[in-house]
Design a protein around this ligand. Sequence first.
Ligand code: A3P
Length: 289
Amino acid sequence: MADPGPRSLLYEGIMLPALVHSTESVRYAQLGFQVRDRDVFSVTYPKSGTTWMQELLTLIHSDGDPQLARSVPSWERVPWLEQTTAAGFLEKRPCPRLISSHLPCGLFPTSFHGSNAQVIYTVRNPKDVCVSLYYYSKMASFLEFQEDFGEFVELFSAGKVLFGSWFQHVKGWLGLRDRLNFLLLTYEEMHQDLRGSVERICQFLGKPLDARALDGVVENASFQAMKQNKMCNYSLVPENIMDQRISPFLRKGVPGDWKGHFTVAQNQAFDRLYREQMQDVGVRFPWDE
Ligand code: A3P
């Protein structure tokens, strides 16, 4: 593993942003945090639709009413398990607790295994994740940034980025997909059919919504609505930490943006790696031809 650089820390070989993580906070998540049966985890590799799922879960639990989503920051509504702010804060949350995490499966709380807690794992085309992460690293001063996109693709391919390898993350979590309490969603299906995806989430959570509440969720979790909502568009974060003039946090919000970024050669090399890494996974994603 390369030197993680001054802005990052390495935890069991996984690179994490040091601004909001510490060895103690991740160890607490892994070993100290007590999972409860009614906990609902939204797990993602970075840039795969985390903020979107935070908004959806808030709105579903509010029966489509945007009041909470518009008045409390997303990171307080669906807080992060592994961040330095989690210890103490999560214990005081009422059940069912809605919790976000980027942790790879192997670093997830040991108390999760054997519990009935639910996990929604959202996956996105890794090429779009790579592009999104590139722009995010550019605008977020607390992350390492590699200006040359080709070199960034190499780092991403080698897993030398935040939260390690996309392949290891996805394959690790897919290993749990036969669990009763596991829902696999893709960013692409949410984009293509948000209402249908919300219905799937509601069914999984055992929280049916009537048509009006569903309308409320879909309307308030649209890209445009979220871009306007300062409680989830990260405009509350000071410019010296996230400079949205360089690139907005809610940037494009579409599948396929990689096509305007990867060269033919970069695309071929990535496809080769993808085939090698994913050949035995046994899941077909919307971006697999
Ligand atoms: P882009 O950079 O491709 O635009 P995360 O929340 O995991 O950090 O992911 C951020 C990505 O999700 C960004 O992708 C962002 O625009 C996209 N996103 C967030 N909310 C969205 C929504 N309602 N519809 C579509 N994309 C959304």
